[in-house]
Ligand binder design. Structure first.
Ligand code: PEP
Ligand code: MG
Length: 619
């Protein structure tokens, strides 16, 4: 019997030794199940071992895949030679020769026969071995050949996969843990949590939008594991521990059971916390704090209400665009925004205008900007992009303004870095409102308009910005990235990305001071606002509104209700004087441990061995 093409294995080989891998916890919770490994192109590799009687059929499939890949490379070489000249075709002819190489054929066949693994895995093992050897020859011209090896690997796997027309999720035999090199925010947004209860990736950082989507879907996830797919390829069962940032491949029975227990305890703890959704959010000494929800999809509004959100502090509208084949028009957007406004029944709904670009790329972005960018996080993203593309921006503003007639809507401009940008955006807003009124729509005269403070320039100019807006929303995810010059999506510098850095706290203090002087609110809507560790220091810095993914609301409510403003203020004063992120984090941890001891205790199930893919984290 052949192994399944995606999802559950059909026959099981002897159990492999358990491996514990450490990555970055990007979405909390625990999931376990059979594994599906996605290759670099996002296609599911077959799982499981071959039955003895299937080996000869698999060898035929391997041979056919190699032949087809070679023939396609030869045909491409002929075509390129015809169009561009023979010198450009040589690389493709070399690929065809590499695919036809008898050593590759023999080694791949041996693996299928000896290890009873599917043809895809045999090819990957052999070619990844070649690529790794070439990469070790650093500096030599041969190391660049590793890219050629990976090219032919993709080509052969493509032919072995045949047509995989439908998305991998539709081919899953049941709920499966996805292991992949990386998932983009839009790929993550396309996951169905019933089919993919957890995922883990080799790449990716703590504050990426993939992390934000995973948290929104409440799918436990770990990123930044480093190169693990080689060892994961034959794994049958995995645990994703999104609390500790661990992934456990082929866990033994005892570990599986311990994690089931940990997951059940967590669910019970959540139920208890969720019962506290109602009631005022204020400190023990009576300081009121507004706790709001962040959403990426309209369907999250009920979760915000269930968990006691007083409003929506951030609706990331770009997710309406990410998986669409073309930009949603005014009517579609109006329907999406008004559904959220209605669901929130009079509570404030803060709708952020498009924040596309950087890691949120849409396929149909037309003729705007310089095309692929060397530094997209510093390039044509967010409000800059909207201002350059009125065909996208104006329909969104029209839809927002129309939805604002249905409830308490506030408009938020992302990534504002200068006053002229804010003014340009406001001008479009005013012109569009006038246009809609002329068409007979009733548009409120006093629609609150805010800016996200997420680049240091905006924090430094907050006193001037405060005179021209109704509120600030501090986007700490980007503020940290741009202050510390650390890419929020890059796992190799993830240890340098820290909300506890005193420079970040100082910028927040500046923004709060500017807001206070003008009597406007300043809210924190980045991940820092939903992290229990930072709730008290933000309160002490003067923040009175926090906005977070709905699942964080119960924890933050508990921290606020167990804190005293006086303690929070002395904590903030002390933290502002500290010199390093480590010093700040230690101080915050000890305070949180005193206020809500359970919030800091996150046990790894007893008996779990130390991770094998990373040196122990010095922190
Ligand atoms: C932020 O940068 O903190 C923020 C809330 O926006 P996003 O995470 O969508 O960039
Ligand atoms: Mg941002």
């Amino acid at each position: 019997m052949r192994p399944s093409s995606a999802g559950n294995p059909i026959s099981r080989p002897a159990r492999r030794p358990m491996q514990v891998l450490r990555g970055i916890a990007i979405s909390p919770g625990i999931a376990q199940g059979p594994v599906v490994v996605l290759d670099r192109r996002g296609l599911a590799l077959p799982t499981g071992a071959l039955a003895e009687e299937d080996v000869s059929e698999e060898l035929i499939r391997l041979g056919a895949g190699l032949d087809a890949a070679r023939a396609a490379a030869e045909a491409d070489a002929v075509e390129v030679s015809r169009r561009l000249g023979p010198q450009y075709a040589e690389i493709l002819s070399a690929h065809a020769r590499m695919i036809a190489d008898p050593t590759l054929n023999r080694e791949a066949r041996e693996r299928v026969e000896r290890d009873r693994i599917p043809a895809e895995h045999a090819v990957l093992e052999v070619l990844e071995g070649y690529a790794a050897r070439l990469e070790r020859l650093q500096g030599s011209r041969l190391s660049a050949r590793a890219a050629d090896v990976r090219d032919i690997e993709d080509r052969i796997l493509g032919h072995l996969a045949g047509d995989q027309p439908e998305p991998f999720q539709e081919r899953l035999a049941g709920p499966s843990i996805v292991l992949a090199h990386d998932l983009s925010p839009s790929e993550a947004a396309g996951l169905d949590p019933r089919l993919v209860p957890g995922f883990a990736t080799e790449a990716g950082g703590r504050a990426s939008h993939t992390a934000i989507v995973a948290a929104a879907l409440e799918v436990p996830a770990v990123a930044g594991l480093g190169p693990i797919l080689d060892s994961a390829r034959h794994c049958l069962w995995a645990i994703v521990d999104g609390e500790q940032g661990l992934v456990i491949l082929d866990p033994d029975d005892q570990t599986q059971e311990q994690y089931r227990q940990t997951a059940a305890d967590r669910a019970a703890r959540f139920q208890i916390l969720a019962r506290q959704a109602e009631g005022p959010d204020e400190t023990l000494d009576g300081c009121r704090v507004d706790l709001w929800g962040n959403i990426e999809f309209g369907g999250e509004a009920p979760a915000c209400l269930e968990r006691g959100a007083a409003g929506i502090g951030l609706f990331r509208t770009e997710f309406l665009f990410l998986n669409a084949s073309e930009p949603p028009g005014e009517e579609e957007q109006f329907a999406a925004y008004s559904a959220v406004v209605r669901a929130m029944a009079g509570r404030p709904v803060t709708i952020r205008t498009l924040d596309l670009g950087a890691d949120k790329i849409v396929g149909y972005r037309r003729g705007v900007g310089p095309g692929p960018e060397a530094n997209p996080a510093l390039g044509l993203r967010s409000l800059r992009l909207s201002l350059r593309d009125p065909e996208i921006f104006r329909p969104q503003i029209r839809a927002l303004l129309r939805a604002s007639a249905l409830g308490d809507v506030r408009i938020l401009f992302p990534l504002v870095s200068t006053l002229p940008e804010l003014r340009a955006a406001r001008r479009i807003l005013e012109e569009t409102a006038a246009e809609l009124r002329a068409e007979g729509h009733s548009i409120p005269r006093s629609l609150p308009v805010g800016v996200m403070v997420e680049v240091p320039a905006a924090a430094l100019m907050a006193d001037h910005l405060a005179k021209e807006v109704d509120f600030f929303s501090i986007g700490t995810n980007d503020l940290i990235q741009y202050t510390l010059a650390v890419d929020r999506t890059n796992e190799t510098v993830a240890d340098l990305y820290s909300a506890a850095d005193p420079s970040v706290l100082r910028l927040i203090a500046m923004v709060v001071a500017a807001a206070r002087d003008r009597g406007i609110p300043a809210n924190v809507c980045g991940a820092m606002g939903g992290d229990p560790l930072f709730a008290m220091v933000l309160l002490g810095l003067g923040i009175r509104q926090l906005s977070m993914p709905p699942h964080q609301l119960p924890e933050i409510k508990r921290v606020i209700r167990n804190s005293r403003l006086a303690d929070a203020e002395s904590l903030a004063a002390e933290a502002l004087g500290l010199r390093t992120a480590r010093e700040v984090a230690e101080r915050l941890e000890s305070m949180l441990g005193r206020v809500v001891p359970e919030a800091t205790a996150r046990p790894v199930p007893a008996g779990t061995p130390a991770p094998s893919n990373r040196a122990p984290n010095p922190d």
